[in-house]
Design a protein around this ligand. Structure first.
Ligand SMILES: [Zn+2]
Length: 466
């Protein structure tokens, strides 16, 4: 598989450190509020990466943290009149609800919390201090960026520019304006932990470095997150971790592009259509997942209500294809033609091959979804009630395999619809066999359920009685 790495700014062949095992770390949410569609993008994209690597037979160790202590949590906890801990717990649960709706495979994700990694964070900072990379002033501990040879290289920032920019906000404790905080001195009323520098709490960057070392080791395969984290967050993670271990921190860095929400005006202050939760009130979140995967993860995308509606219409086309194939597979007496079978098998294999090719090319889910549409189109054109069950099944399985990798197309028709459809099919068979008594019986049975049948040129349609 080829992965575009931010480290080298090019597509590289992906080779895991340990054959067959992939260690991935994704920067997770700060749990002070509901996540919005922009937050959801990396979670869905890298969940899809994980699914794809697993599909290729690799074992994936996947860590995505919860930042459960920082300034935003403290401010919001005061706003909501609850403790920081209560606030964090609430929004971790809300995150889980959204993640389930987005079909993120939570069962195989490890979620460390900053507040539960405190010993490792403190030990990490103490080691940095010992090695001369960090210094303490009045209970605050800073990382000294000038001690790192290549600071700024990862995010391709010009250090002089950054320094002159940072001078505006001068902090007298810092030796260099770019030095960043590792440990914050406790302010009145804030949650705090005991440390060698006094009571306080960690800065944000250090938690990811400490969690990675604790849960995945000194060097990992893939570090991922939104492109807004390249600087300073990821630059700082590299500085801390590589200074401490003297080793390469992450072999591949993946960053998803941002979502532009300009098209969606926040007309009513409370009716914020950006949060995943608000979208879920009106739409199935599978549509959001589909929307997020229909563009390549490195392309910036627009988001609006109109786009969600277009995504829904597109998903409907995939589902119609799926249901039609299920209908054909469920026929009592399938045709026994075999002429088409060989061709259909070949086509199904080609579709799968092209799907994999797209995913191999830096996780090109946009092209992969296009292959799914082609599969449905091919099925609609070439399959009918005259097709053999094997022909239908082979194409159906290919479609569902692709859907499984992307985490979409997993819903089944409502049971009621399925029951009605199978009764209609049975009635058709009865009529073909001139078993009119059974056909009438089925019509009456359905009528008793409030279902009315209509014979149309396109076949039998059903509707609920008004
Ligand atoms: Zn991070």
């Amino acid at each position: 598989m080829k992965i575009y790495s931010t480290l080298t700014r090019k597509k590289e062949e992906f080779v895991p450190i340990e054959p067959g095992v992939v260690k991935i770390y994704v920067c997770g949410p700060t749990v002070y509020n509901y996540i919005h569609v922009g937050n959801a993008r990396p979670f869905v994209v890298f969940d899809t990466l994980k699914r794809y690597l697993q599909y290729q037979g690799l074992q994936v160790k996947y860590v995505q943290n919860f930042t459960d202590i920082d300034d935003k949590l403290i401010t919001q906890s005061i706003e909501e009149g609850v403790s920081v801990k209560e606030l964090a717990e609430k929004y971790i649960q809300e995150y889980m609800t959204d993640a389930e709706g987005l079909n993120i495979d939570e069962a195989s994700i490890i979620h460390p919390k900053a507040t539960e990694t405190m010993d490792e964070i403190i030990a990490f900072i103490a080691e940095l201090e010992e090695k001369g990379y960090a210094y303490a002033v009045n209970g605050n501990v800073y990382f000294e960026v000038t001690k790192v040879k290549n600071y700024g290289k990862f995010s391709r920032k010009n250090i002089e520019d950054l320094v002159s920019g940072a001078r505006i906000l001068v902090n007298k404790e810092k030796k260099n304006p770019l030095d960043f905080i590792l440990w914050k001195n406790k302010k009145p009323g804030e949650p705090a932990w005991t440390s060698p520098w006094g009571e306080g709490r960690p800065g944000w960057h250090i938690e990811c470095s400490a969690m990675i070392r604790k849960l995945l080791g000194e060097t990992i395969d893939i570090h991922a997150g939104g492109s807004d984290l390249e600087f300073p967050h990821h630059e700082n993670e590299i500085a801390q971790s590589e200074s401490l271990t003297g080793k390469h921190f992450a072999n591949y860095w993946m960053h998803n592009a941002m979502i532009n929400t300009e098209g969606e005006k926040m007309s009513k202050s409370k009716d914020n259509f950006f949060t995943v939760r608000t979208i879920a009130e009106e739409y199935d979140l599978e549509i959001v997942r589909f929307f997020l995967l229909s563009s390549h993860y490195r392309s910036p995308i627009n988001f609006s209500r109109k786009i969600i509606e277009q995504s829904q219409a597109a998903m409907d086309r995939l589902y119609n294809g799926k249901y039609q194939m299920q209908h054909l597979m469920g026929l009592e007496n399938p045709a026994s033609e075999s002429g088409l079978e060989a061709e259909v098998k070949k086509e199904a294999a080609t579709f799968l091959e092209r799907f994999v090719e797209a995913m191999e090319d830096d996780l090109n889910t946009a092209d992969a979804i296009a292959v799914m549409f082609e599969t449905v189109k091919y099925a609609n054109t070439n399959l009918s009630e005259a097709s053999s069950r094997t022909s239908v099944t082979v194409l159906y399985d290919a479609l569902m395999e692709m859907g499984g990798v992307l985490g979409i197309l997993y819903r089944e028709k409502e049971t009621l619809e399925l029951d009605v459809q199978s009764l209609i099919d049975e009635r058709q068979t009865a009529r073909t066999n001139r078993d009119f008594a059974r056909a009438d019986q089925i019509r009456d049975e359905l009528k008793a359920q409030g279902i009315v049948l209509e014979d149309t040129p396109q076949g039998v349609k059903w509707r609920r009685e008004e």
